[in-house]
Design a protein around this ligand. Structure first.
Ligand SMILES: Nc1ncnc2c1ncn2[C@@H]1O[C@H](COP(=O)(O)OP(=O)(O)OP(=O)(O)O)[C@@H](O)[C@H]1O
Ligand SMILES: [Mg+2]
Length: 470
């Protein structure tokens, strides 16, 4: 579709409005003038009819009739033939007047005012006709007709119409021009705003649109735009720190590998030593592969990938399997696990195990020794909630909100940072996303709880999932 500017659209709308208004107004004026001209002709005819009527009524003798004939002829001549008179008898025979109105039967028999009788050639004439009785001894019914040439009136009306059309065209053109100019003026703040936006430099995340002096209508737009820039800044900062984190996490294993390889090449080593170097390098490579795989997994979830291999399972049963898997770690720290509640939900078991293993793995690391880790499974109308709680050091709220970010750790200087990269909770979040769910974390009364929700209604879940609460 062809794009048109708002200014030209507005000016077209102005023009349409003025065409409508002027047409209505013009038609009204024209019809008023037409009415008043017709009334004027009517009055003129009435005046003449009233003047002559006594003469016709009192026709009593042939002399009087003759005098009337002369009078009418004089009157017609005096007005240059503009006004004409006829008198017909009851048989429509012309008694007085010329032959231009030969067929009196076309004139209505009652009294009235009419346009030209339909088949008359005197198309522009108006007629006034009256019927009255002549007291000539026989009470003869006569029809008296007066006509007036309406050419002058029609000319006035046509002239007025032409002037009206001309004025309307001029008015509409003026409205179009002014409408365009006014809307251009009105759109100026938009143009200023867009040129401001154009000047925003790539990479400078502190620039904002200047909202002072903007009209009210644009304030909200500019504020929303600035809001987008704020969010872009946060996203950009996250991306920057993410890049730095990735580089940092990969640099350590790479440095180790380079150091070990250089050491291996610097001297002659026996096979056992070389095997040890290769083994250590393999470990570093495996660590790097695991980081890269985790990041790929999360980017797929972020891009909207959903869990596909779903089936109806008891979450309690699946949780028990995961607990079995980490049994040795639990024994090592003399920890217990209790699973409360259950729900049958349609989930991807592999992803669920992965998320729960990460949550349990963290709890095992951070729980107070000899305490009990609680796995709780609850549900509401739309979601299943799976949480893992353990007694441990309280977590500061500033950290709590960021722990699900990639590579974020409360204390990255901890000794285990070589094997723990701060990706576990981000993977839990990715699993929640793939089930159209979310994550949550609380730290209250010495108990830290981390968990995820799994939406009952996510597209890949079977609608008839039976969910029970125990
Ligand atoms: N149960 C918990 N108690 C206290 N702190 C926790 C708990 N779970 C997670 N954390 C904090 O959240 C951080 C991020 O956890 P996350 O699982 O993402 O990474 P990680 O365990 O350090 O490394 P990875 O999971 O990649 O091995 C942890 O480093 C820790 O500081
Ligand atoms: Mg972890």
């Amino acid at each position: 579709m062809k794009k048109t500017s708002i200014s030209s659209r507005l000016s077209v709308m102005f023009v349409l409005c003025s065409v409508l208004m002027l047409s209505v107004y013009g038609l009204y004026l024209r019809s008023s003038l037409d009415d008043s001209l017709t009334k004027q002709m009517h009055n003129e005819l009435e005046f003449r009819a009233n003047l002559i009527a006594p003469w016709v009524s009192s026709r009593a003798s042939p002399e009087a009739w003759k005098r009337l004939d002369n009078k009418l002829t004089n009157l017609v001549e005096a007005e240059g033939g503009r006004v004409k008179y006829w008198i017909f008898d009851a048989d429509s025979t012309v008694l007085l007047g010329d032959n231009s109105l030969s067929d009196a039967s076309q004139i209505p028999s009652t009294s009235g005012f009419t346009r030209t009788p339909s088949d008359s050639e005197l198309s522009s004439d108006r007629y006034l006709y009256t019927t009255f009785t002549s007291f000539d001894g026989e009470n003869t019914t006569l029809r008296f007709v007066v006509s007036i040439d309406s050419t002058a009136y029609v000319g006035t009306l046509n002239e007025f119409t032409r002037t009206l059309i001309l004025i309307s065209i001029l008015g509409i053109s003026l409205v179009a021009l002014l409408g365009f100019a006014i809307s251009r003026m009105g759109m100026r703040p938009v143009q200023r705003l867009s040129s401001q936006a154009e000047k925003l430099e790539a990479g400078n995340y502190d620039q904002r649109l200047d909202t002072t002096n903007l009209p009210n209508e644009l304030q909200a737009l500019a504020a929303s735009f600035n809001g987008v820039l704020d969010r872009q800044k946060v996203a950009w900062q996250q991306l920057e720190s993410f890049n730095a984190d990735v580089a940092h996490e990969l640099r350590t294993p790479l440095t180790n590998m380079i150091g070990q390889t250089q050491f291996g090449l610097s001297h002659k080593h026996d096979i056992a030593e070389l095997e040890e170097i290769l083994g250590s390098n393999l470990e570093e490579l495996e660590r790097m592969t695991s980081i890269v795989n985790d990041m790929l997994f999360m980017s797929h979830a972020q891009a909207g990938e959903r869990a596909t291999q779903t089936s109806d399972v008891s979450l309690k049963k699946e949780a028990l399997k995961t607990v079995e898997y980490i049994e040795p770690l639990l024994e090592e720290r003399a920890l217990d696990v209790e699973i409360k509640g259950d729900a049958i939900a349609c989930i991807d078991c592999r992803l669920f195990h992965r998320a729960l293993a990460n949550l349990l793995g963290n709890s095992v690391r951070y729980a107070n020794p000899k305490s009990t880790i609680l796995v709780s499974i609850t549900m509401d109308a739309s979601d299943v909630f799976v949480s893992v709680s353990n007694e441990g050091e309280p977590i500061d709220p500033t950290h709590l909100n960021r722990l699900f970010e990639r590579f974020y750790r409360v204390d990255s200087s901890r000794g285990d940072s070589r094997t723990h990269h701060g990706l576990g909770l981000s993977i839990v979040k990715a699993v929640a996303l793939m089930h159209k769910g979310d994550v949550f974390a609380t730290s209250r009364d010495g108990v830290n709880t981390f968990g995820l929700t799994l939406s009952i209604n996510h597209p890949n879940q079977m609608e008839n999932s039976i969910l029970t609460k125990k």
